[in-house]
Write a protein that binds this ligand. Sequence first.
Ligand code: NI
Length: 181
Amino acid sequence: MILKVARLGYPVLRMMAQPVAPERINTPEFQHLLDDMVDTMREYVGVGLAAPQVHLALRLAVLEVEHHPRYPEMPSVPLTFLINPEVTILERATVEDWEGCLSIPEMRGRVPRFKKLRVTGLGRHGEALDFIASDFHARVIQHETDHLNGEVYLDRMPDMRSLAHLAEWHRFTMAPHPERE
Ligand code: NI
């Protein structure tokens, strides 16, 4: 089922999300929620979706990048469920690139993100997760885990002057190959 996506201004997007009780993960209703989040992310062509974006203050996000029309050059990221994720930055060097967000429709802005990080947490069925992500994969994880702390990419922009409406961004900014640092 496609869920309604909260847009900036809806209070849950600015709340600290609460951990998911591990015993809840394998309940049919929670598994159903995970399926709905995947359906919603795919329907709106996002690369990730955090629970606060579907009005739930829970530490939960899904991500997937596969031949993405918005990011055709980006390496694919398999469908991943992040429950109660913890992020450790491994490389504090940052890379700046464009981001958008389903909760801030039709906008793009330049956001620096740490290059490499380690993620621990729980997966779809409560199994332990522990992996290293870098570059675009690390960017998506930082964007989604920010949502769990009530933050959006606008809060991470050092210069708001790069903020652009999507239609103008396509006309004036977006090259066939996204500008990378
Ligand atoms: Ni977002």
